[in-house]
Write a protein that binds this ligand. Structure first.
Ligand code: ATP
Length: 439
């Protein structure tokens, strides 16, 4: 195993993301657009894997949570009831010299961070992206791209309750795109204008909310550790005073130590009964839970673990990144948890000009493809092929060499230890599935 050389800096992550095809700047050929990023062939796999394990752990493996997929466009009254039209704002300041704009709470000494110029007084700027529905662009057709997925869950509470026949406590999970017109998108994919959220609204009896809040904070913290984030790079931070949102009784952020400092990965809030009461008030509908035991109608309290898929992907990427020295040469490796690794196995022929080796390698790849993301590659020397796979975090590489033609066995190389074992071809699939924890 190689020794570590450096701690990661953001430049290295951005450059690897582009070079290897994790993340590209949106609309790059037109000069790019701020606050929007595109996931390339390996980035999309990483993101899908994160979403899949989240759904599996939060929905499939629990008997108290069901899923939902609500629309991005909703009735504009939703955003009045939720408080977003009135209060989803950030304080904005302009520099009087260079005209750049900043979030007042991100400016340290009251001067422009770019040129040191004088700043205007802060004014409130609504972060929702407005749009018009239908062919007429007037006030009556204004609505918003959802700034959070949560509201789709609240307005469907009664529908889901009806069809799922759940008893409290129970949860509804959803993931999907959300949009915020952030004043200063920055830090790569950390703060963007378009992003994906994964949210659970967990409905509980009033009075049990604080206990459930604690349980969810622990559950979600441990989830990041389970998929490989180093515990000492995670911390909890409680919101205090005016940082607390208007709907929340208490909020804890799970923060990760990014190269640019500690920053929020996920927020876990005790939202009380605020949301269901607001929607009942604005819609005129009865949004309560009928308690068969007591015969009373209850407005449940809500505990909300709300995470960002993109921020999770960035944290997993940053945390997995290592620069090591192996036999005096630098090795860049992404030590992804095997469940998150975009490609599980790569298969190479040692010599690409030997058709028997190429055929054998391609056959092995075809055999593995139905079971795991598999890649065949013969476009470089073996050393370079290994390096490429290390850089995208592939846990296993298989090499077909000349001996294979005699012993019908191949070499499996493990990413982190770089150890190699010889395995008969008929046992390859089984061996990999076992090593990936799937058997
Ligand atoms: P911040 O304080 O960083 O602006 P927030 O507290 O407003 O974030 P929440 O409203 O709690 O964020 O959103 C829940 C989750 O959605 C966040 O923990 C984060 O992972 C994700 N998220 C929110 N805003 C963005 C954004 N602009 N870009 C990427 N992810 C985001």
């Amino acid at each position: 195993m190689g020794e570590e050389m450096t701690t990661v800096d953001m430049e290295a992550i951005v450059s690897l993301s582009k070079r290897r095809g994790f993340i590209f700047q949106s609309s790059e050929i037109y000069g790019g657009i701020s606050g929007s990023w595109d996931y390339g062939p390996f980035g999309v796999e990483l993101k899908r894997n994160i979403k899949n394990v989240w759904w599996r752990d939060m929905v499939q493996r629990r008997d108290d949570i069901v899923g939902l997929d609500a629309g991005i466009l909703m009735h504009p009254r939703v955003w009045e009831a939720s408080g977003h039209v009135e209060g989803f704002t950030d304080p904005l300041v302009d520099c009087k010299s260079c005209r750049k704009r900043f979030r007042a709470d991100h400016v340290k000494d009251g001067r422009c961070p770019e040129c040191g110029g004088e700043l205007t007084d802060p004014r409130m700027f609504n972060l929702m992206l407005r749009t018009f529905l239908g062919p007429v662009e007037d006030d009556a057709s204004i609505t918003y791209l959802r700034p959070e997925t949560a509201q789709g869950i609240f307005v469907n509470f009664a529908n889901v309750l009806d069809v799922s026949r759940r008893k409290l406590p129970f949860g509804i999970a959803q993931m999907g795109k959300a949009f915020r017109n952030e004043i200063t998108p920055r830090n790569f994919t950390f703060r963007t204008r378009e992003f994906e959220q994964m949210e659970i609204e967990y409905f509980v009896r009033p009075g049990t909310d604080e206990e459930w809040h604690r349980r969810w904070v622990t559950e979600r913290f441990e989830w990041y550790v389970r998929y490989g984030i180093r515990r000492e790079y995670l911390r909890l931070r409680q919101h205090e005073g005016d940082e607390l949102a208007h709907y929340a009784k208490a909020t804890f952020d799970i923060e990760y130590l990014f190269p640019f400092g500690w920053a929020e990965l996920e927020g876990i809030s005790n939202r009380t009964d605020f949301d269901l009461r607001q929607h009942a008030l604005f819609s005129g509908r009865d949004i309560t839970y009928y308690d068969e035991d007591t015969g009373a109608h209850v407005v449940p309290y809500i505990v909300e673990p709300s995470g960002g898929v993109d921020r999770a992907a960035l944290a997993f990427l940053v945390d997995a990144y290592r620069e090591e020295k192996v036999r005096k040469r630098k090795r860049v490796v992404l030590r992804f948890h095997p469940e998150l690794a975009p490609i599980k196995v790569a298969v190479f022929p040692l010599l690409r000009n030997r058709p028997e080796l190429v055929t054998a390698a391609k056959d092995i790849a075809s055999d593995l493809r139905p079971h795991m993301m598999t890649m065949y590659d013969d476009t470089a020397s073996i050393g370079r092929l290994y390096r490429r796979q290390d850089e995208i975090g592939t846990p296993f590489c298989i090499t077909v060499d000349v001996e294979t033609l005699e012993d019908n066995a191949v070499t499996i190389r493990e990413r982190d230890s770089m150890e190699q074992i010889r395995v008969p071809i008929p046992e390859v699939r089984h061996t990999l599935l076992r090593k990936l924890g799937r058997l």
